[in-house]
Design a binder for this molecule. Structure first.
Ligand code: ADP
Ligand code: C5P
Ligand code: MG
Length: 209
């Protein structure tokens, strides 16, 4: 038996899932503001690693991202685990409170979920944004006009949707079977979606701070 690197006595982990373009990054900013979450986006960490001088994974990550495939979990889990440790060291939570991590875009595959919970920290909750593909597609094409992302184009978007349905939805279903999912319909305004997120997580005991 491995012991996770972080204890749930010190740390609360909320996984944030939803298809590409469902609004995870957008809503994360709101949650950081009102609930004191530290936001860690797996995609952002992978893009930073891809650009890091001397990374042995740069080319591999670039290829996986363009193809909308899931990067081998060891890489992503190490990036997340180290980012959590860095955050706890540089900006510890207020005395007497647990650190809160909002882990955006992870776990996107069942093996990542199992490995992270065994070696890094078990999750408290999974927040899931449910959004129709046509809405996500138009948001991503619009975002692609300015994002500079190599995967915000029609071809990569199609591949990312396929990966989401085939590989990532089973993760949501697995957590749902464990009654850990707060699900919110995400095809309305940013404000309306956020109101539903707040209601959903507060029902599960996560209060503003
Ligand atoms: P994700 O991180 O889930 O891929 P983002 O938060 O980056 O999604 O949102 C994708 C795009 O859609 C962004 O350009 C964002 O501004 C926009 N967006 C996010 N939420 C909404 C919403 N509720 N209504 C309209 N546009 C939205
Ligand atoms: O979440 P985001 O849209 O930023 O992710 C971009 C890409 O990063 C994904 O399409 C995938 O290729 C990669 N990724 C991954 N594993 C994760 C999160 C992201 O491989 N857990
Ligand atoms: Mg995002």
């Amino acid at each position: 038996m491995t012991t996770p690197r972080f204890s749930t006595e010190d740390v609360t982990v909320v996984f944030f899932l939803g298809g590409p373009g469902s609004g995870k990054g957008t809503q994360s900013a709101n949650l950081v503001e009102s609930y004191g979450f530290v936001h860690l986006s797996a995609g952002d960490l992978l893009r930073a690693e891809q650009e890091r001088a001397g990374s042995q994974y740069g080319d591999m990550i670039r290829e996986y991202i363009r193809e909308g495939k899931i990067v081998p979990m060891e890489v992503t889990v190490a990036l997340l685990s180290n980012a959590m440790a860095d955050s706890l060291a540089s900006a510890p939570p207020p005395a007497g409170t647990k650190a809160r991590f909002l882990i955006d875009g992870f776990p996107r595959k069942l093996d990542q979920a199992v490995f992270f919970e065994a070696t890094v920290c078990p999750s408290e909750l999974v927040l899931f944004l449910d959004c129709p593909e046509d809405v996500m597609e138009s948001r991503l094409l619009k975002r692609g006009e300015t994002s500079g992302r190599a995967d915000d184009n029609a071809e990569s978007i199609r591949k990312r949707f396929k990966t989401f349905v085939e590989t990532s939805m089973p993760v949501v279903e697995d957590f749902r079977a464990k009654d850990k999912v707060v699900e919110v319909k995400a095809d309305t305004s940013v404000k309306e979606v956020y109101a539903k997120i707040k209601a959903g997580i507060e029902k599960r005991g996560i209060e503003a701070r």
